[in-house]
Design a protein around this ligand. Structure first.
Ligand code: MSP
Length: 526
């Protein structure tokens, strides 16, 4: 049997929306988790992509005078793929719901469901929000106010709803209430964090209604294979992309290596789709259910959920252009608790950039390299006898690495980074206490000076490796500056589980002063 793969996904984003830092948030966290697992030596597969069907896209394309296919192609190429470069994401695949593999796979899935008796035809009458691409229950519909006066709106997100009455196909979701509750009970980590788990369990406990899964009044979607007049409801189709992009229909061998998914990362707004409808669909089709759905919180800007409609949406490149992609990735992973809502601000980004990245980490790297250059001609000296101070550095490093690894396992990147920052603080404190610039004045203490600087260089080696998933560009510069490559190999091949073993940089390694990892930035706000 081939090795199983840890499969990580982001939601597939609505192609119509301009990418903002909310989308960037999920995608960067997925990338950090993926890169970390890779450096544990695991086989990992990371997929993101776009959700391209539905009435909203169709209307937007018509309003722009182009076909829906032309419209989505343009957005994917001009907005969504470039986002990944902006935030330096190393995804393995980019899945589009207009891909042929998805069209074929989605149809095959629904044929399987139909054959198993999980689908029936019925009359749907109720409210639908095109803005949210969601059916909205009568209890959640209220009269609109202000701009929406005279319209009905959804209580859930304020979007306008329309009353529709059409012939639809339904999925027997109501059959799955008890099966899902039993599943949550047997798999407590399936939906995390606890707040999302509780919300989902209480929602399912209140009862599940069969779900309308098709639309028949427009045609921008995937047709129901046995009844071409219908297309699948966009959400139902979108969830399937997690399976169709890894061979569900066209490569069963690959599918079995990757499936079930290891972790679906989602915002809490869409946890129910992933933790209720999706597992029920998979159970109905006889496929295994993913190991985990992790629902993170909302980014708040000025205290409000950031969204395009509130005009407080921030584009990732606004931040990256000023601070760089590494700082962007670091900030979102460090400053927020993954799983809770969190406020972000330009001032906070700037403050953390300067205190933690520039002064804490970048400065440390350049000082150590500069001293090895000055006192040892840029060649790593052999350490002499060690003292309790060196042992403390070694111990702090080993503990911090183990803690960071456990934090990533628990999907808590913020905790991983605070553990790693104990290494940064320890090394800075160690240098202050040992004061190598003073030791250098004593000709008889050359051995001691060598011990101090080689210990600091080893600490930097560890930082380059464990920060590589978060700040890959700075880590690569540091790795080069430590002259580590020739002896130890590529940075991405350095294993987290072996990184704390002390003394890996070879004596004589060529150490050069790195270009400033995080140069000071004067921002308009300062
Ligand atoms: N197309 C669906 C998902 C289908 S997945 C099978 C969709 N797309 S979306 O473009 O609206 O993206 C939603 C996701 O974007 C959220 O789940 C979350 O991951 C991210 N975010 C959007 N706004 C956000 C914030 N303000 N804060 C944090 N994340 C946010 O729903």
């Amino acid at each position: 049997m081939s090795e199983s793969t840890f499969y990580v996904t982001t939601p597939i984003y609505y192609v119509n929306d301009a990418p903002h830092i909310g989308h960037g948030y999920t995608t960067v966290m997925g990338d950090i988790i993926t890169r970390w697992h890779r450096q544990r030596g695991e086989s990992v597969w990371y997929t993101t992509g776009t959700d391209e069907h539905g009435e909203k896209v169709l209307r937007k394309a018509e309003a722009n005078g182009v076909t829906p296919q032309e419209w989505v192609d343009k957005l994917v190429e001009e907005e969504w793929r470039p986002l990944l470069q902006t935030i330096d994401v190393a995804n393995d695949d980019f899945t589009r719901t207009t891909d042929q593999r998805h069209l074929d796979g989605a149809q095959a899935f629904w044929i399987a469901l139909n054959e198993r008796g999980a689908v029936y035809k019925g009359e749907f009458s109720g409210f639908y929000s095109v803005g949210a691409e969601e059916f909205v229950g009568d209890d959640d519909v209220i009269d609109g106010e202000d701009d929406d006066a005279g319209f009905k709106v959804s209580k859930l997100d304020g979007s306008r709803v329309e009353l529709i009455a059409e012939e639809n196909y339904f999925f027997r979701l109501s059959d799955y209430q008890q099966k899902l509750l039993d599943f949550y009970e047997a798999n407590p980590s399936f939906i995390q964090p606890e707040s999302a788990r509780n919300e989902v369990i209480s929602f399912v406990s209140r009862g599940l209604r069969d779900l309308s899964i098709s639309r028949s009044t427009f045609d921008w979607g995937i047709s129901v294979p046995w009844d071409e007049k219908h297309i699948f409801y966009v959400w139902i189709e979108a969830l399937l992309s997690y399976a169709t992009s890894v061979g569900y229909h066209n490569d069963r061998e690959r599918f079995d290596e990757v499936w079930p998914a290891g972790i679906h990362l989602v915002g809490k707004d869409i946890a129910r789709f992933h933790a209720v409808i999706w597992p029920a669909m998979l159970m109905a089709a006889g496929e295994s259910v993913p190991h985990q759905v992790f629902a993170h919180g909302w980014l708040l800007v000025g205290g409000q959920k950031m969204s395009k409609s509130k005009a407080n949406g921030i584009r990732p490149d606004e931040i990256v252009d000023t601070f760089g992609s590494d700082a962007y990735r670091y900030y979102f992973a460090r400053a927020l608790t993954f799983g809770s809502d969190g406020s972000i601000s330009w001032e906070d980004i700037s403050a953390r950039y300067h205190a933690e990245l520039a002064n804490g980490f970048g400065n440390l790297a350049s000082r150590v390299a500069a001293m090895i250059g000055k006192y040892f001609g840029g060649s790593l000296p052999a350490a002499g006898a060690t003292t309790a101070a060196e042992q403390k550095v070694i111990d702090v490093v080993a503990e911090a690495v183990a803690e960071a690894d456990a934090a990533i396992e628990a999907v808590a990147p913020q905790d991983a980074l605070s553990a790693i920052w104990r290494i940064v603080d320890e090394l800075n404190g160690y240098l202050t206490e040992q004061a190598p610039w003073k030791v250098a004045k004593d000709d008889a203490a050359g051995d001691r000076l060598a011990t101090i600087l080689s210990t600091a260089a080893e600490g930097l080696r560890v930082l380059a490796v464990v920060l590589n998933p978060v700040t890959p560009k700075a880590s690569a510069v540091l790795w080069d500056s430590l002259g580590a490559g020739p002896a130890l190999g590529a940075l991405a091949d350095q294993r987290i589980d072996a990184v704390a073993a002390w003394g890996q940089l070879p004596v004589g390694a060529t150490i050069t002063k790195p270009a400033s990892l995080f140069p000071r930035i004067e921002t308009a706000e300062e």
